[in-house]
Design a protein around this ligand. Structure first.
Ligand SMILES: Nc1c(C(=O)O)ncn1[C@@H]1O[C@H](COP(=O)(O)O)[C@@H](O)[C@H]1O
Length: 177
């Protein structure tokens, strides 16, 4: 395996999506996953988009994360030309708050799946890509499984600490105390 080649493709319909999509980049970075990022619009550069989608798996990419706002056709169109799993990120715009994007991405016809995360949920898209790469019995998967278990434990600890703070605050405010 070439450990210097990107395994995840992080693409978006416009560079204006980057403030949302960079959350996926940060998650991938935390787990040491190499990725490439690019603007690939189904609407504005359809032939480039098709070529990109068709070639991704031949270059060693294993998961595609695609984010777009508004009439978000990019994730579904990529899914139609690649054998790779595609994770779709609805990017919220000023109008309609991302509902248009969510519905454009999530409501795919049978046969062309896109794993859709929440509106603006790029961090979860990155984490889902990590989990996909953690499937299997190779060294990469085993290492990522360990990191994911440690990560889950850190989430548990933070939640637990917040619970302790809340319990203390409620106890202090309790009537008659
Ligand atoms: N939804 C799509 C696609 C596509 O689906 O191919 N290409 C661009 N866009 C979206 O248009 C919005 C506005 O783009 P601009 O900010 O460049 O005008 C962005 O959220 C982009 O993802």
């Amino acid at each position: 395996m070439n450990t210097t080649a990107p395994m995840v493709s992080l693409v978006m319909g416009s560079d204006s999506d980057w403030p949302v999509m960079k959350l996926a980049a940060e998650a991938l970075h935390e787990f040491g996953i190499l990725f490439e990022a690019d603007v690939v619009s189904a609407h504005r550069m359809p032939e480039d988009m098709i070529a990109y989608g068709k070639a991704a798996h031949t270059r060693g990419i294993r998961v595609i994360i695609a984010g777009a706002g508004g009439a978000a056709h990019l994730p579904g169109m990529l899914a139609s030309v690649t054998p790779l799993p595609v994770i779709g990120v609805p990017v919220p715009l000023k109008t309609l708050d991302g509902m248009d994007s969510l519905l454009s991405i999530v409501q795919m016809p049978a046969g062309v799946p896109v794993a859709t995360v929440s509106i603006g949920g790029a961090r979860n898209a990155g984490l889902l890509a990590v989990r996909m790469l953690a499937i299997g019995a190779d060294d990469l998967a085993a290492g990522l499984q360990e990191k994911l278990i440690t990560f889950a434990e850190s989430l548990r600890q933070v939640a637990s600490e917040k619970g302790a703070v809340l319990r203390a605050a409620v106890a202090n405010e309790a009537p008659g105390t």
